[in-house]
Design a protein around this ligand. Sequence first.
Ligand SMILES: [Zn+2]
Length: 594
Amino acid sequence: MAYPDSWLNELLSKNDIVTVVSSYIELKPKGRRLWGLCPVHGEKTASFSVSPERQLYYCFGCHIGGSVIQFIMDVEHLTFPEAVEFLANRAGIAMPEEANDAAMQRERARRERLAEACKLAARFYMETLLGDEGASGRAYLKKRGITSESVKRFGIGYAPSGWESLKNYLTEKGFSPEELVEAGLLVKNEQSGRTYDAYRGRVIFPIVAANGRVVGFGARVLNNEDKPKYINTGDTLLYNKRNNLYGLNLQKSGKLPDLVMVEGYTDVIGLCEAGVTNAVASLGTALTQQQARLLKRYVSTVYIAYDGDAAGQNATIRGLDILSAEGLIVRVIVFPNEQDPDEFVRQNGKDAFDRLKENALSLNAFKLEAMARSYALEREDERERYAAEACRFIASLSPLEQERYYQQLSFKTGYSLETLKAQGESARPMRQPQPAGPRREWARKAQTRAAPREDERSRAESALLFHMMQSRDAAALVSKEGLEQQFLDEGFRKFAEGLAQAYARGETPNVPLLIAGLDKAGAERVSAAVRDEAACEEPEKAVRDCLCRIEQCDLAQQIEAMKKRLTEPAVSPEQRAELLREMQNLNLRMRGLR
Ligand SMILES: [Zn+2]
């Protein structure tokens, strides 16, 4: 959504970039910038810089940059509107749409109340666990091998077995039973109208959203006989299990190579205790698109570590297809003897887990494995049917993948490579959901990102922007030549237009505000373009030089295109002559520019 400029400007001025960044990393002055270790790409020498004067940041290592809003997007893994809200909360500014809307203000106030109730409930459960009533809860955790550090880290608690313990605690603090029902903390008996605690005699795992708020709870029985084993918060104003992942709130700082997706709370905790701190749990069996998008803000590769008995089920495979369709690289860890991750890592330790992870299957290999499991491969007819189904699947893959999987299939079934390939050819591809363009997305998100596109023309565009920002006269010169023509890069063009408009109004351009209005990629490119501090002595001369370079690039491109046309067989002799004449003209203009 668009925010009013005046409001965004207030937001930016109340969130000084140096103060905000300093709450994440230590900054030291050098030259006109402050420098620190990049909180996003992880490094040992400082290449992350902040310009207090311009209120911008730029990392010379991973090429991220922008205003304080983009910084929060990077470091907190938030979307633009979420980052804006984050900063508004931080500075205590009301969101613009709320300032004049009573209904929205009421809804926000209600959300705040529910969040407060959940926070207090989490505290109540935790204190109960540590107190007299928590003995059985503590005994259960001890039996599961869960340490007191984990209790603290994950905020684990215990719900006493009484019907109204939490209810009494929170109503005394001024919450109405209706509010507590709405928060999912109490349950209402529709017939009698009585309300009582939703969780009783259970160990409590609070679910914390990415913004650090407790939004829901998972509650587990103490023995395996009682049913249901888990009760989880249903949908509330604060919480929807489709949008959340357990443990994601703990994945903040430093570089995150990948995430491990597990099924349950105790898997996340068990792995963490063993030193695998990057596990998160889906809060239900089927993964959702929202969860996939959430994951994508953190990493590009996800390892699936589901219980041995769950892997291979169709629901699992559908979930993995959802991740893959969102452009994530999916690898599947297979546990021996149907163990779950918690059991496995407690028995065998982190090194053994890391080895399993190294040998994780690609999504396609995993599908083939799952397929194999539904056939009795020791029987010849079943083996043949499996081979036929597998060939159909393999034939739908890329040539390189085909090569690999035909070989594996040959090994597994005993059929020769030629036979399998012929079978695959004859049974032309069954359709495979191939998401559009995910590979480009991976490339963008790859862990060490390549420097932004820097050909001669974009270097010239970038320099133009820098001079426009420095000097009104330089900007006027570029505007006269036409911004549309000079800037092929859309982010550059939008920024240049913003600069020109500000000058036209007789104002000094508000650079962070202009950058805040760009999308993430645009903000990064513009921040890269304006990262230099050295003022130019003769900006107008420099601008002329840039414009000239841009024209040269365009001419060279046109000449190239003509050369290519000349080689086409369909070109008639008249056309050839015409093309050659035009080329000559272009070459003349080119020489005039040197
Ligand atoms: Zn960086």
